[in-house]
Design a binder for this molecule. Structure first.
Ligand code: SAM
Length: 267
C-alpha cells in the first residue's frame, strides 16, 4: 500500500516511543481509550494489551487488512471507519486518549477533544506545534494556541521524537504531549468572544495590547473608533501598555470580559 502524505501516514516504528506514550498515559485495565489513526496498528496493539477497550477512528479503508488482523487478536478493539473530525465523540464513552495524530488535523482535533470529558490525553504532534501548545508567557512559543489549549487543560511537553522513529520518515521533528483536562482557572463570560480577542491580540504578539487590539479590531467585530473609546473607558482596569506575548492567560480572560461587558453596553 502506498502511504498517503495527505493523510499524515508516517507510522511509528520505534517501540520506545510507543512505550513512552503508554507509560505516560498510566493505562490500566479499567481504561477505555480513544485512538485516532490506526495506521498499521503499532500503538493500537500495545493499548489493547492493557486497556479494557480501545476505540480507533481511521479514515483510510485501505488499512482494513491491519484492522482485521488486530481485531482477530484483540476482542477489545473496535474500529470506527470515519473522519475523526466528523465523528460525534459524545457517542463514544472513553476516559483517555492516546494517539499519534495525523498532523494536518492537529488543531481542529485537539479542540474537538477539549470539548469532551476525559482524564488524560497523550498525543504526538509536530514538534513546533507541541511547543506552542505548552508555551508560557514571555517565551517565543507563547501563542494563541497556548492560551486556548491551557484554558481547560494542563499541558506537559514530554519529549522530542526524531523523524527516524517513523516509517516513512517525516520531514519534521515530532513530540509527545500530555494533556490533563481540568476546569478553567479563570472565568470567561463568553468563550466565542474570548477566542476572537485571542485571535486579534496574537496577530501582533510583539505590540502592546492596545495597539494589537486596535490594529485587529475587525476580529472582534467592532470599528476602530468605538474600540478606542472603550479602551479609554477601561484604561484604569487593565494595563494596555503590556506586550501581547507577556500577557498571561488569566489577564487576557479578564480583558475579554471587560470588552465583552462594554460591547454589550453599546448594543
Ligand atoms: N497510530 C499509527 C502509528 O502510530 O503508527 C498511525 C499514525 S499516522 C501518523 C496517522 C493515521 O491517521 C493514519 O493511519 C491516517 O490514515 C489516519 N488519518 C488521517 N486523517 C484522519 C482523519 N481525519 N480521521 C481519522 N484518521 C485519519
Amino acid at each position: 500500500m502506498k502511504k498517503s502524505k495527505k493523510l499524515g501516514q508516517c507510522f511509528l516504528k520505534d517501540k520506545n516511543f510507543v512505550k513512552k506514550a503508554i507509560n505516560r498515559a498510566e493505562l490500566n485495565d479499567k481504561d477505555i481509550v480513544l485512538e485516532v489513526g490506526l495506521g498499521e496498528g503499532a500503538l493500537t496493539k500495545e493499548l489493547a494489551k492493557i486497556a479494557k477497550k480501545v476505540y480507533v477512528i481511521e479514515l483510510d479503508e485501505r488499512l482494513k487488512p491491519f484492522a482485521d488482523e488486530i481485531t482477530a487478536e484483540f476482542e477489545n478493539v473496535e474500529i470506527i471507519w470515519s473522519d475523526a473530525l466528523k465523528v460525534d465523540l459524545k457517542s463514544i464513552e472513553f476516559n483517555k486518549i492516546v494517539a499519534n495524530l495525523p498532523y494536518q488535523i492537529s488543531s481542529p482535533i485537539t479542540f474537538k477533544f477539549l470539548e469532551e470529558d476525559f482524564e488524560t490525553a497523550v498525543l504526538m504532534y509536530q514538534y513546533e506545534f507541541a511547543k506552542r501548545m505548552a508555551g508560557k508567557p514571555d517565551t517565543k512559543e507563547y501563542s494563541r494556541l497556548s492560551v486556548a489549549v491551557q484554558y481547560n487543560a494542563d499541558v506537559e511537553f514530554i519529549c522530542k521524537v526524531p523523524p527516524s522513529a517513523f516509517s516513512p520518515k517525516p520531514d519534521v521533528n515530532s513530540a509527545i504531549v500530555k494533556l490533563t483536562k481540568r476546569e478553567p482557572k479563570y472565568h470567561v463570560k463568553d468563550e466565542e468572544f474570548f477566542k476572537k480577542v485571542l485571535k486579534a491580540m496574537f496577530q501582533h504578539r510583539n505590540r502592546t495590547v492596545k495597539r494589537a487590539l486596535i490594529d485587529s479590531s475587525h476580529e472582534i467585530e467592532i470599528d476602530r473608533d468605538n474600540l478606542k473609546e472603550i479602551l479609554e473607558k477601561i484604561e484604569n482596569e487593565f494595563d494596555f501598555t503590556e506586550r501581547v506575548f507577556k500577557t498571561p492567560p488569566e489577564k487576557i480572560g479578564h480583558l475579554s470580559n471587560l470588552l465583552y461587558g462594554e460591547m454589550l453596553n453599546l448594543e
